[in-house]
Design a protein around this ligand. Structure first.
Ligand code: DGY
Length: 321
């Protein structure tokens, strides 16, 4: 029997990542990429030393309590860890890691895509071209709004938020932000700090959500806060659906208070929100912020670096619990 540590990889990983995983570990792969139920996950984890999951597996308190004692580390293939009950992991003494940094550029790219797509009605235009309903052109046809020179409000000025700001400066946007802590001046690059979300919202022609989902940020974008945005504002979310009160967003999109929304994440995933999908003034993607080859490889290698460190007796770099 192999003496290599046993790792359960819950989803199909990039080829290069699976190759390295198989070289160094006794690995259970998932070539069909089937989404395991919690019971299946717990069953498959029997005797595993480590699990390498994605945000698609929900480690609720109950699931964490039922994990076998053999599991010493959960090395996530994700930066977000809102699918993990970290408190329960701490109680069990199971280490949890994530994959920060490596997906910041990719996620920021998608934020800019959503911003442009929502502002310029790209979803409506694309659907029109596909269903053959483009019949006319006139000065009033498919008129959206510019983002060039507008004010961009960023909630969460961490790694992704700072790159979104950097890219948006290419559109001469004026950057405003709210963050737990004010950035050092060199990192602000002229961005204007607001010490409350309430202060940030009225100056956000475009609002980008870039903070993690946690009990503290759940429903952060409520009806009351949406009301503080300028009329006709655009909302972009590449972080997590749990940040947004989706019924309030639907109301605001219907009334025109919010001109349009560009969303990559939803409260219900997979699937999204049918009420949002029924609205023409939305530009929607299926949680693909990190979905490019380079980034997915880098995420896998980062998860493996964390596993390697743990099994070599070192502290994993990206430990979150
Ligand atoms: C992340 O890494 O958190 C992305 O949302 C994909 O899970």
């Amino acid at each position: 029997m192999s003496s290599k540590p046993k790792v359960l990889a819950t989803r199909t990983l990039p080829d290069a990542v699976e190759k390295r995983l198989a070289q160094d570990y006794n690995v259970h792969l998932n070539p069909d990429d089937a989404l395991y139920s919690s019971d299946e996950l717990i069953e498959l984890a029997q005797e595993a030393d480590a699990i390498l999951p994605c945000h698609t597996e929900h480690f609720t308190a109950n699931v964490v309590q039922r994990l076998p004692n053999s599991v010493k580390i959960v090395a996530n293939f994700s930066v977000g860890v809102d699918h993990c009950n970290l408190e329960e992991f701490r109680k069990r003494g199971i280490i949890v890691t994530n994959t920060p940094d490596v997906l910041s550029d990719a996620t920021a790219e998608i934020a800019i895509l959503l911003m442009l797509g929502a502002a310029r009605r790209a979803g409506e235009g694309e659907r029109m071209m596909r269903d053959g309903s483009w019949r006319d052109w006139s000065p009033s046809f498919m008129v959206g709004s510019a983002i060039t020179g507008k004010r961009l409000g960023i909630i969460g000025m961490g790694r992704v938020g700072q790159i979104v700001a950097k890219r948006a400066r290419g559109f001469e946007m004026e950057i405003h932000y709210c963050n737990r802590n004010r950035l050092a001046e060199t990192n602000e690059q002229g961005a204007i700090y607001h010490d409350s979300i309430e202060d940030l919202l009225p100056v956000s022609d475009v609002l980008s959500l870039n903070c993690p989902a946690s009990p503290e940020t759940a429903n952060l974008l409520s009806a009351e806060r949406i009301a503080r945005l300028p009329d006709g504002a655009i909302i972009v979310n590449t972080a997590r659906g749990a940040l947004v009160d989706e019924s309030a967003l639907v109301d605001a999109l219907k009334s025109g208070k919010i001109a349009s929304a560009g969303l990559d994440v939803y409260r219900t995933e997979p699937g999204g929100n049918p009420e949002i999908a029924a609205l023409p003034n939305t530009f929607l993607l299926p949680h693909i912020g990190s979905a490019n080859v380079e980034t997915r490889d880098a995420m896998g290698f980062r998860a493996l670096d964390n596993l390697d460190a743990y099994f070599a007796g070192r502290e994993p770099k990206d430990r979150v619990a």
